[in-house]
Write a new protein. Structure first.
Length: 268
């Protein structure tokens, strides 16, 4: 172990003493105060400048903005009027068979049933959820928080007349002026092959394009997930890139498609 060195020359000692003399008297006395309840009271003189500085600090503490307040002011300044209206009155989307509503805390058990299924999660990009508490913390709470801060929205897929989570379409990473977004989706494997993903994703794309006025919707998928690529192509996505050895699945490198949907000028 090595201890901190101390001045060993007269010049060093003089420089150290000179530095100590530069410390304002009130700060030096405050630094010497003891927090022990048995310590004697100490009188710390303060100049008018010290008092003004202290007042400025108190004013700052009283008027400093919370993170939520800062975000809200940022929204009012940068978000278009139609975005305010949508987030204040978020709609339920419908298709011939489905209702797509916002995620709720009460979706926990049904969401866990899907997100813990290895078959469902094989190409989702994250491992199956090991327990329901993980789903609560890492999915439900995070997605609700991201919606609160206008960074994401989780459209829960349900059948009409059955308000039960059977999957979701997540729109996330909205940019500041709501021109770009990314998409991810999952459906209970028991319902694969019934066109549910195409129906749900297609309706969400319409909403993002027509109501939110999003210009470009991005999605990425693993190369072996051909069924998901067909879903995106059916609703208008085109391939923009092909990334080789871009992710690892079950210990093996996997290629990845980059897909995108760009709204036409007429729809904007």
């Amino acid at each position: 172990m090595q201890a901190l060195s101390t001045p060993t020359t007269m010049e060093d000692s003089q420089q150290n003493a000179h530095s100590n003399n530069k410390i304002p008297e009130p700060l030096r006395k405050l630094a010497e105060l003891s927090l022990s309840p048995d310590a004697s009271p100490v009188l710390v003189p303060m100049t008018p400048q010290d008092v003004d500085l202290w007042k400025d600090f108190i004013e700052y503490k009283e008027n400093r903005k919370s993170w939520d307040t800062w975000r809200e002011e940022d929204w009012k300044k940068n978000h278009p009027a139609h975005i305010h209206e949508i987030f204040n009155n978020w709609p339920v989307l419908e298709t011939p068979r489905l209702r797509l509503r916002l995620l709720r805390e009460s979706d926990l058990q049904d969401a866990f049933n899907v997100l813990s299924n290895p078959k469902a999660m094989k190409y989702y990009g994250t491992p199956p959820h090991e327990n329901i508490e993980f789903t609560r913390k890492q999915h439900i709470e995070i997605m609700l928080s991201r919606f609160k801060f206008r960074d994401a929205a989780s459209f829960v897929i349900t059948f009409k007349g059955e308000d039960k989570f059977i999957g979701h379409v997540n729109a996330f990473q909205f940019d500041r002026v709501f021109k770009f977004v990314e998409l991810a989706y999952i459906v209970d494997p028991e319902l694969w092959g019934k066109g549910i993903a195409t129906e749900a994703v297609g309706r969400v794309v319409e909403f993002l394009r027509d109501d939110m006025k999003i210009h470009k919707i991005r999605a990425a998928l693993f190369a072996h997930n051909i069924a998901s690529k067909r879903v995106l192509e059916k609703v208008g996505f085109v391939q923009e890139g092909y990334l080789r050895d871009n992710v690892i699945i079950d210990g093996e490198f996997e290629n990845e498609y980059v897909m995108a949907y760009i709204a036409s000028k007429e729809s904007m």
